[in-house]
Design a protein around this ligand. Structure first.
Ligand code: PRP
Length: 353
């Protein structure tokens, strides 16, 4: 990779993923800028940037982790500190953009997050595999939504023996387009799973202010709007459309969170004769009990990139593998900094990725 050539940028990072930030800086032939980001005893976030950023192009590498609210505050305060110290441009490098999964009912938090980031001083955002591409429209600055698919496709070709006898699986109809786009590039067939795999409220971990019990359809009917209630027993059964018998099944998605939906899908695939089951996704959030669930499941491997740190989860589960996307992020920074076209980075991706 050629070097940065138009005035050295400053690469800063908060506490979300130092390892990734260091890898990116090293690839660019730079050192991380001296900044300390810490929390006072009252939990307020403090930022000290040691060197002057006046007139500089600053890149702040900060991803979303399980410490998500601190991740966001650190980024906002760092960006604001750079803005008020007269940085020329401030690029937020946010590999996993938090709050991008929209909850059914409730406000669109990603719009609020985008507005706060722009107000704090970000002049450009680099992110990866947005859960909804439309989120880019919430930002009042340019957004480059990089894709992990070329890296994941390469992993399949190099690390899954007999991948030519595999079928790419969409674990729900919503991910069918993504599965098709992977399948076409690998010249494989697809299968689509239909049916309820997890409760829509399964990501609630804190009981305070949680919605009243009962499923959402029931509540809608109680106030006299909408269709008759569907009870848990009446949920559509899991159905696999496509032939997976005697094949390797590879599920592709944007993120693996608490993993429940993938485990349920894997069981359906196993029942129908798939003999090896892989899950590939960009973001390995691997929340809650995910490592144990994967370990005990019929999934053979979960392959994610290092947009989100997951070393602890790997200690608990030997089936989790990591693909390094630091080279992609470094190349995006280099191109933006040198005012070069980004199209090269999108050469082998499709709109559906
Ligand atoms: O918690 P896990 O079981 O690991 O699930 C992760 C899934 O959640 C997200 O989709 P979501 O269910 O939010 O559906 P959506 O596409 O309707 O937003 C994401 O795209 C994965 O498919």
């Amino acid at each position: 990779m050629s070097r940065i050539n138009s005035g050295e940028p400053v690469i800063l990072t908060g506490n979300s993923h130092k390892e990734l930030a260091e890898k990116v800086a090293t690839r660019l032939g730079l050192k991380l800028g001296a900044a300390s980001v810490y929390h006072k005893t009252n939990r307020e976030t403090m930022v000290d940037i040691a060197d002057s950023v006046r007139g500089k192009d600053v890149y702040i590498i900060q991803t979303g982790t399980k410490d998500v609210n601190n991740n966001i505050m650190e980024l906002l305060i760092m960006a604001y500190a750079c803005k008020t110290s007269s940085a020329r441009s401030i690029v937020g490098v946010i590999p996993y953009l938090p709050y991008s999964k929209m909850r059914k009912r409730g406000c669109i938090v990603s719009k609020l997050v985008a507005k706060m980031m722009c107000r704090s001083g970000l002049t450009h955002v680099i992110t990866m595999d947005l859960h909804q591409k439309e989120i880019q429209g919430f930002f009042d600055c340019p957004v480059d939504n990089l894709r992990a698919s070329p890296f994941l496709l390469q992993y399949i070709q190099e690390n899954i023996p007999n991948f030519k006898s595999a079928v790419i699986v969409a674990k729900d109809p919503a991910s069918a387009k993504k599965a098709t786009s992977y399948a076409e590039r690998l010249r494989l067939g697809i299968a689509v799973i239909h049916g309820e795999q997890k409760d829509s409220e399964s990501d609630l971990v804190d009981g305070r202010n949680s919605p009243p019990p009962g499923n959402s359809r029931q509540r809608i009917t109680e106030v006299g709007v909408g269709m008759p209630p569907l009870t848990a027993k009446e949920k559509p059964p899991i159905n696999v459309v496509g032939d997976v018998a005697g094949r390797i099944a590879i599920m592709v998605d944007d993120m693996v969170d608490d993993v429940n939906s993938f485990v349920a899908a894997a069981e359906a695939l196993k029942e129908r004769g798939a003999y090896r089951i892989y899950v590939l996704a960009c973001h390995g959030l691997l929340s809650l009990d995910a490592p144990r669930l994967i370990e005990e499941s019929c999934i053979d491997e979960v392959v994610v990139t290092n947009t989100v740190p997951h070393d602890m989860q790997k200690l608990q589960c030997h089936k989790i593998k990591t693909v390094d996307i630091a080279p992609l992020i470094a190349e995006a920074i280099r191109r933006i900094h040198n005012n070069e076209s980004m199209s090269y980075l999108f050469a082998n991706v499709t709109l559906e990725d």
